[in-house]
Design a protein around this ligand. Structure first.
Ligand code: CA
Length: 223
């Protein structure tokens, strides 16, 4: 599988290239927006991994122009934690998914496999398990037909678990992903937020939609 990486930060570009190549991807790299756009528009790729802030043309403008030309190559955006508006705009412009920096290369590999599996026309904008849905574009959450209002952290937590139903995440993984790297590993932040999420989603005590795995962490059950 051939992937184009458009990323100006050398450190990130290096670890992504190395990580993807180890997983059997063929990677081409562009360090600025203009050459990135030219390559993406003129060559055939199975997927494009696109940073948003780039010298020259920015990632969203590249994406917009590709879609304008009816180029439907799967695009995964790399965004900074603070770029919420850009992320939403990117999904609206037809990005297939996004990853927030910092991320693990394994996560990018999983997302790439997912977009390649989905293929054309089936964009990832809604996650659903049982009667809970999460709309990644409008950020609306519904449970049994009712709108649920979540804080930014609660949303991020639910989104994280719902992206991989059945997969167990440790408290440390959840802390790193939802809260970033500065945390006290002894904190009960995760447990408190899981309780709040269950309550807001109207899950009863017996409901295993968000399941506690004793001594390990949590998972959203597979439908
Ligand atoms: Ca950048």
């Amino acid at each position: 599988m051939k992937v184009l990486l458009v990323e100006d930060e050398k450190k990130i570009a290096d670890f992504v290239c190395r990580g993807l190549e180890e997983q059997g991807f063929q990677v081409e790299h562009c360090g600025d927006g203009n050459s990135g756009y030219e390559r993406a528009a003129s060559q055939q790729y199975d997927a494009v991994v696109l940073d948003i802030m780039l010298p020259g043309r920015d990632g969203l403008s590249i994406l917009k122009n590709l879609r304008k030309q009816k180029n439907s190559v799967p695009v995964i955006l790399l965004t900074a934690r603070s770029e919420l508006d850009e992320r939403v705009e990117g999904l609206n412009l037809g990005a297939d998914d996004y990853l927030t920096k910092p991320f693990y290369v394994e996560e990018l590999v999983a997302r790439l496999h997912a977009v390649l599996r989905r293929g054309e026309g089936e964009r990832l904008s809604i996650l659903q398990v049982a009667d809970v849905t999460v709309n990644l574009i409008t950020r609306e959450v519904m449970s049994a037909g009712d709108a649920v209002h979540l804080t930014a952290k609660e949303f991020r937590l639910l989104e994280y678990l719902m992206r991989s139903p059945g997969r167990v995440y440790s408290r440390t993984q959840i802390l790193e992903h939802v809260w970033g790297y500065d945390f006290d590993p002894e904190t009960n932040l995760v447990d408190v937020h899981i309780q709040r999420l269950r309550k807001k989603l109207g899950l009863s005590r017996e409901d295993t939609l968000i399941e506690t795995i004793r001594g390990v962490g949590y998972r959203v059950r597979k439908d």
